[in-house]
Design a protein around this ligand. Structure first.
Ligand SMILES: Nc1ncnc2c1ncn2[C@@H]1O[C@H](COP(=O)(O)OP(=O)(O)OP(=O)(O)O)[C@@H](O)[C@H]1O
Length: 211
């Protein structure tokens, strides 16, 4: 692979939980566009996204995003990343609009026009003043996807995008993901348990099943 096209380089990553070794000296190069992390339940998809976000630190190895190494300048690395764990309750008390309003300060390429398009595409208008804890799982997921897509981040990490989505939203999401992945300088890494046909994956990273 041409290293000039590499956006994210993972070298010699080692990480595991006490009862589950997940990566031993694992290396991968991710290019711009959309990459699928494919794995069954418990294969480590969420953990990998947390590591790539710099949210969980590896035991050893290096992560370099657009030339910035996590171990050398963690704030500059993290500034380039959009990651929100869908299972986290940290944002529960905020309204949808309050959470979104906090994001342009963190993401310098935030695209307000794109967010407005995603509000329409996911039919989110009636939910903007509700607190996140009041939302159904599917609506919460759409709120998160709208932010991820509008973030303009160099690296956007998305966990299980289709969970709880109605058919119309799945179709909208597929198109919106493809459009975001075509934006110059953006890399989207999407974790899912099956192939998600219909998206122009630049790369597929398969994780082995839990032993
Ligand atoms: N904080 C933790 N402490 C200990 N073990 C953990 C922790 N988080 C995850 N694990 C274990 O690590 C493995 C990978 O979990 P992870 O959630 O990353 O997988 P996943 O592919 O996202 O699965 P799922 O889709 O079921 O969430 C599993 O065996 C899980 O039980």
């Amino acid at each position: 692979m041409d290293d000039k096209a590499a956006v994210l380089q993972v070298k010699e990553l080692c990480f595991g939980y006490p009862e589950r070794k997940l990566w031993a000296h694992w290396s991968v190069t991710v290019r711009a566009g959309a990459t699928l992390v494919l794995g069954s339940d418990g294969s480590g998809k969420t953990t990998l996204l947390q590591l790539l976000a710099g949210d969980v630190l590896s035991e050893s190895g290096t992560l370099t995003l657009a030339g910035v190494a996590l171990h050398e300048d963690a704030p500059a690395y993290r500034e380039q990343v959009f990651w929100q764990d869908p299972r986290s309750s940290a944002l529960d008390a905020l309204s949808v609009q309050q959470w979104w309003d906090s994001l342009p300060a963190r993401h310098s390429h935030w695209d307000a026009a794109a967010l407005a398009a995603h509000v329409a595409g996911f039919a989110l208008e009636p939910h903007l003043d509700k607190a996140l804890y009041q939302l159904s799982a599917g609506t919460r997921r759409k709120v998160l996807m709208a932010a991820a897509l509008a973030s303009g981040a160099t690296l956007t990490l998305i966990d299980e995008p289709m969970a709880g989505l109605d058919r119309a939203s799945v179709q909208y999401l597929q198109q919106a993901l493809a459009d975001a992945a075509a934006q110059p300088g953006r890399t989207l890494i999407v974790a899912h348990y099956e192939a998600l046909d219909g998206l122009p994956w630049a790369q597929v990273i398969e994780l082995p099943d839990e032993a």
